[in-house]
Write a protein that binds this ligand. Structure first.
Ligand code: GTP
Ligand code: MG
Length: 334
């Protein structure tokens, strides 16, 4: 029984699914199909079928890793503590920022559409690495489905705009994302009553080309304007200059915060913790989650844990459900 009330986007995604060459592309299309199906009794079976198909494809993808990656540059293996896409209109300085912040060196040029395919790079932040992906421009005439699928997969989005035309660029890019059901976290209240599945992503808006104090003033005006327009959903604006290397440390820290992760250190009994090698966990993770990451033996056999860090006294014994904070040091015993 095929429900007849599927939206047109479902069929568009289905067409793309049929044309897809690689398993990752196929998975992305199936996920898109899934997200367009309204949730009610009449679609239960269809959604269950799709879920099964996606699970099967994922297995196939795992068995052909490497091969698939070569075929589609849009499918980038996650590395480090988080995967973040730098997106935005042509010429806003995405590639320049990737050059300034990571070990990668994509081409930079004064003409638009310099970047044709995504390029990943690693950005050091204190004792962790965050993966940043340079992407081709996002624009009305350029809403490339592969790029949108890449954005659906990442942990956070950095929207890079130019201080010369920030308002229009922010509005246009967010409109394109939302037309494809990708909603920045700060705007999620606007979608409270929407039935379908949304891709909700933490977002920072990086206003680039703030090269001097005079642009700092323009940036301050922009912040005020946007805040007045939308006091309830404050847009997380950050200044930057890729060329003059200004404000970049603050950006790194804001991005770390946006990723919603904590760094926790393992201290083997009788030894010192290695502060260069944190375990990275989602905010809200517990001692039990941490134990599972450190060693599978601890999952079942964890006897006790002691902790040094926030909200505890040094070496305080804690249970499996204790929620960890960034920078905590934990000693596990099996
Ligand atoms: N003044 C100034 N110019 C910048 C800055 N960052 C980038 N630019 C210039 O802006 C132009 C575009 O930079 P790119 O880094 O290639 O921009 P992009 O967003 O990657 O562009 P596409 O790949 O075409 O989407 C180049 O001429 C850069 O030199 C900055 O911080 N200040
Ligand atoms: Mg570029």
């Amino acid at each position: 029984m095929m429900p007849t009330n599927l939206p047109p986007e479902y069929y568009k995604a289905e067409d793309r699914y049929r044309a897809a060459q690689t398993t990752p592309e196929k998975i992305a299309c199936l996920e898109e199909m899934m997200s367009t199906i309204p949730k009610h009794k009449g679609t239960d079976k269809l959604r269950a079928d799709l879920r099964r198909k996606i699970a099967k494809m994922r297995e196939t993808a795992l068995s052909q890793k490497g091969g698939a990656r070569q075929i589609s540059p849009y499918y980038i293996d996650r590395e480090g503590a988080g995967q973040v896409a730098l997106i935005g209109p042509a010429n806003s300085g995405k590639s320049s920022l990737i050059n300034a912040l990571t070990n990668a060196s994509p081409d930079v040029a004064a003409y638009p559409y310099t970047t044709h395919t995504p390029v990943p790079g690693m950005m050091a932040y204190e004792n962790i690495q965050i993966q940043l992906i340079d992407t081709p421009p996002l624009g009305r005439e350029y809403d490339d489905p592969q790029l949108l699928d890449l954005i659906r997969r990442v942990d956070a989005i950095v929207l890079v705009v130019d201080i010369d035309a920030p308002l229009q660029q922010i509005e246009e890019c967010i409109a394109i994302l939302e037309a494809h059901h990708i909603v920045p976290e700060h705007r999620v209240v606007l979608y409270e009553h929407i039935e379908r599945r949304l891709f909700i992503k933490p977002m920072l808006v990086l206003v680039n080309k703030i090269d001097t104090d005079s642009e700092d003033e323009d940036f301050a005006v922009l912040c005020e304007l946007l805040h007045e327009e939308n006091p309830d959903q404050p847009c997380p604006l950050m200044p930057a200059s890729a060329n003059a290397l200004r404000h970049l440390d603050k950006f790194k820290q804001a991005l770390f915060d946006a990723l919603g992760i904590v760094r926790v250190f393992s201290q083997p009994p009788g030894e010192k913790a290695n502060f260069n090698a944190p375990f990275v966990l989602k905010r809200g993770s517990t001692v039990a989650d941490f134990a599972g990451k450190v060693h599978k033996d601890f999952l079942e056999g964890l006897k006790s844990a002691r902790i040094w860090g926030e909200g505890v006294y040094d070496g305080q014994p804690v249970g499996r459900d204790h929620v960890l904070h960034d920078g905590d040091v934990v000693e596990l015993r099996a």
